[in-house]
Write a protein that binds this ligand. Structure first.
Ligand SMILES: Nc1ncnc2c1ncn2[C@@H]1O[C@H](COP(=O)(O)OP(=O)(O)O)[C@@H](O)[C@H]1O
Ligand SMILES: [Mg+2]
Length: 258
């Protein structure tokens, strides 16, 4: 509801613009919100601006315009990174020359986090990393590294998580583990999650709220119910088609993408 904007929103992004050298307009006057306790999924083709937005929220890069409010505090002026955990895209989030266990110990001390006993053991098992404790990360598959990086992000114990392409490089089984982990974090622990993805299956399965961006602009947003209503009105047979993929192409076509 329009008059409900801002209520219960953990993250409020208002009019954010970011231009890279060479006049690359990665974000153009982008406004959006992430409500508390939701999994919000940011979808968009390559180059849409998803990672740029994540980096602006993390304070790694500064937007020229706009504000990014986390629970009322402007992250552009005053980053509060201790309250948000990030999983960044395609970067080494973990140390290759340390073992899985050494990474866990290192980040625990680095972040000064007090971890409840059993937490790490439980998640290691859940993510099928419990047999890899003494393996150097260098020898892990990309998907395993991704899962370890997620576990390290979770160890910060924040209520808000931002994950950039969390299923990148995961095999079918690990991808499923990721799906259930994300739902468990929301349903059992009340976490709020913003994730970016190309993975329509992930978006379809876990998302409460969809945000489509293209060429730095928000082109469609809405909850799952609005998405189904929209597609139903267009005569899409929801029994036979993957609605998200259909909407994605519809929006991209509308925006002169294909
Ligand atoms: N460091 C950078 N320098 C210049 N251009 C960049 C940089 N990072 C991203 N871009 C450009 O900004 C646009 C948005 O990129 P990005 O945020 O990575 O999109 P996405 O994550 O949706 O694929 C693209 O056109 C990309 O080429
Ligand atoms: Mg990206």
């Amino acid at each position: 509801m329009a008059d409900n904007k801002g209520v219960d929103a953990d993250l409020v992004i208002k009019g954010v613009s970011k231009t890279y050298p060479g006049a690359v307009h990665a974000l153009i006057n982008l406004s959006m919100e992430v409500k508390q306790g939701n999994i919000a999924v940011l979808l968009g083709p390559n180059g849409a601006g998803k990672t740029t937005l994540v980096e602006c929220i993390a304070g790694l890069i500064l937007p020229e315009r706009g504000s990014i409010l986390y629970r009322g505090r402007d992250l552009v002026k005053c980053p509060v990174r201790e309250q948000i955990a990030f999983l960044f895209e395609e970067v080494e989030n973990v140390y290759g020359y340390l073992t899985v266990e050494e990474n866990l110990i290192y980040f625990k001390y680095l972040n000064h986090v007090a971890i409840k006993s059993g937490f790490v053991r439980e998640y290691l098992k859940f993510l099928a990393l419990d047999t890899k404790l003494s393996t150097e990360v260098f020898h892990l598959s990309r998907g395993m590294k991704q899962k370890l990086a997620l576990l390290i992000a979770l160890m910060k114990g924040t209520e808000f998580l931002i994950l950039d392409e969390p299923t990148l490089g995961l095999d079918v089984q690990s991808r499923r583990q990721m799906f259930s982990l994300l739902k468990r974090l929301r349903d059992d622990q009340g976490k709020t999650i913003l994730l970016t993805t190309h993975d329509m299956g992930l978006a379809q399965e876990v998302s409460d709220y969809y945000l489509f961006i293209n060429k730095g602009r928000l082109v469609w947003e809405g909850p799952r119910s609005k998405l189904l209503e929209l597609l139903g009105n267009e005569g899409v047979n929801l029994d036979h088609e993957l609605p998200l993929e259909r909407l994605f192409f519809h929006l991209m076509k509308f925006n002169d993408y294909v």
